[in-house]
Design a protein around this ligand. Structure first.
Ligand code: GDP
Ligand code: ZN
Length: 357
C-alpha cells in the first residue's frame, strides 16, 4: 500500500477518531475499576483466547467451575495486543463477561503485515504449520517455497501434507514423488493423505498429525483444506469470522482467527487470512533466511554483494554443483527474489504517482 499525504480534513478525522478511542478506553478502565471496587470480579484464573472481536475477546475458562465455557472479556489498557491462541490470566465478572489482567509468555507467534507493511500478530502458540498441496491444482515449487519461506521466518515448524492421494496416477506420480523427496531431503516432514477417500485408513494419518498439538492449515485454494478440517470437526459448521470494515477507501475484509478444539485432542486455529499465510511481500533477507539450505551458504560467496548469477567464487553455484542445493530450489529462490523486486518497484511507482496529486 502506497503512502499518501493526508489532507487537513483527513488529519482532523483521524484525530477525532483517536480522541474517541481514548475516551472509550478510559470509560472501560473506569468500568473495570468500579467492578473491582464493588468486589464484582472473581479470582484470577487461567484462560485461553478463542477469538478476537475488536475491543473484546472470547476467553475460555481453563479451570474452575466454568472450565471450558466462554466469557466475553475486555482487556486492561496496559496489556499489548492479544491474539487467538494466547494464554491469559483473567477475572470473571457479571453475566459471562470478564477482564483480562495478564498475558502469558508466547511459545510462538504468527504475524503478517497489515496494509501499511507493519507486522501484526495473528495467532499465538501454534506448534506447526501444515502446508497442504495436492496433485490438483498442480503443485508448483515456487508457491510451496513461498509458504515455506514465511514459515521459516516465524520459526514455527512446517509440515507438508499431500492431500488427494487418490488422484495420483501413472502420469503425475513420478514428478510429485520427486517433488516430495526434495522436501524430505531438506528435513521437512511429508505426509500423504486423502480427505475424500473410500479407504478408511487415511483419516488416521491426518489425526496423527494434529493430535494434541495446535495446528494451522495453509495452502493454495482448492487443495482440500476445508475438506480436511471438516473430517477433523464433522459436527462443526465451519464459519470463520469474517467481518467487513468500512474505511475511507472502501470496504476491506478483515478476518478473525478462531480456535477450535478437536475431538481427538489438539487445537486448530483457522481464518481466511491464515490460510493465505505467506502470500505477501518479503524482503531479500527474509527470502534468503527462508531457504534453509541456502541461508548458511551465501556468506561464503567471494563478493559480499554477490547476486548468485554467475559471479566468480559464488558459493551457491558451487553448492549446486556439489549437489548440496537442488537446481529447482535455486531457481525458485531466484524467482521469488525477482518477483519481490518487481513488486517493490511497482509499489514505489504507485507512491510517486500518489505524490503528484
Ligand atoms: P480448499 O480451498 O483448500 O479449502 O479446498 P476444499 O476443501 O474446498 O476442496 C476443493 C475440492 O477438492 C473440493 O471439490 C473437494 O471435494 C475436493 N477434495 C478435497 N479433498 C479431496 C481428496 O482427498 N480427494 C479428491 N479427489 N478430492 C478432494
Ligand atoms: Zn553467490
Amino acid at each position: 500500500m502506497a503512502k499518501r499525504r493526508l489532507s487537513k480534513q483527513q488529519q482532523f478525522r483521524i484525530r477525532r477518531i483517536q480522541a474517541e478511542r481514548t475516551e472509550r478506553a478510559g470509560k472501560r478502565e473506569q468500568t473495570i475499576d468500579r467492578q473491582l471496587e464493588a468486589g464484582e470480579l472473581g479470582d484470577e484464573q487461567s484462560g485461553l483466547i478463542i477469538a478476537h472481536y475488536g475491543q473484546q475477546l472470547d476467553v475460555e475458562a481453563r479451570e474452575g467451575e466454568h472450565k471450558g465455557e466462554l466469557f466475553r472479556c475486555f482487556v486492561r489498557a496496559n496489556i499489548d495486543s492479544l491474539v487467538t491462541g494466547d494464554q491469559v490470566t483473567w477475572r470473571p465478572g457479571q453475566e459471562r463477561t470478564g477482564v483480562i489482567v495478564a498475558r502469558n509468555e508466547r511459545q510462538t507467534l504468527l504475524q503478517r503485515p497489515d496494509n501499511f507493511g507493519q507486522l501484526k500478530p495473528v495467532a499465538a502458540n501454534i506448534d506447526h504449520i501444515i502446508l497442504v498441496i495436492a496433485p490438483e491444482p498442480e503443485p508448483h515449487d515456487n508457491l510451496i517455497d513461498r509458504y515455506l519461506v514465511a514459515a521459516e521466518n516465524t520459526d514455527i515448524p512446517a509440515v507438508i501434507l499431500l492431500n488427494k492421494a487418490d488422484l495420483l496416477n501413472d502420469h503425475n506420480r513420478a514428478p510429485i514423488e520427486a517433488l516430495l523427496n526434495r522436501y524430505r531431503d531438506l528435513g521437512y516432514p511429508v505426509v500423504v493423505a486423502s480427505a475424500h477417500h473410500p479407504d478408511a485408513a487415511t483419516p488416521e494419518v491426518i489425526d496423527e498429525l494434529v493430535r494434541n498439538r495446535t495446528s494451522v492449515f495453509v495452502g493454495q485454494s482448492g487443495v482440500g483444506k476445508s475438506s480436511i478440517i471438516q473430517t477433523l470437526m464433522p459436527d462443526t459448521e465451519l464459519k470463520v469470522g469474517a467481518l467487513s470494515v468500512s474505511t475511507g477507501k472502501g470496504t476491506h475484509t478483515t478476518t478473525t482467527a478462531k480456535l477450535f478444539h478437536l475431538a481427538i485432542g489438539g487445537d486448530l486455529i483457522d481464518s481466511p487470512g491464515i490460510r493465505e499465510f505467506g502470500l505477501w511481500h518479503m524482503t531479500a533477507q527474509e527470502i534468503e533466511y527462508g531457504f534453509r539450505e541456502i541461508r548458511n551458504v551465501t556468506g561464503n560467496c567471494r563478493f559480499r554483494d554477490c547476486r548468485h548469477k554467475g559471479e566468480p567464487g559464488c558459493a551457491l553455484a558451487a553448492a549446486v554443483e556439489e549437489g548440496k542445493i537442488s537446481p529447482q530450489r535455486l531457481h525458485s529462490y531466484q524467482r521469488i527474489l525477482q518477483s519481490m523486486e518487481e513488486q517493490q518497484a511497482r509499489g514505489l511507482t504507485t507512491e510517486t504517482e500518489g505524490r503528484r496529486h
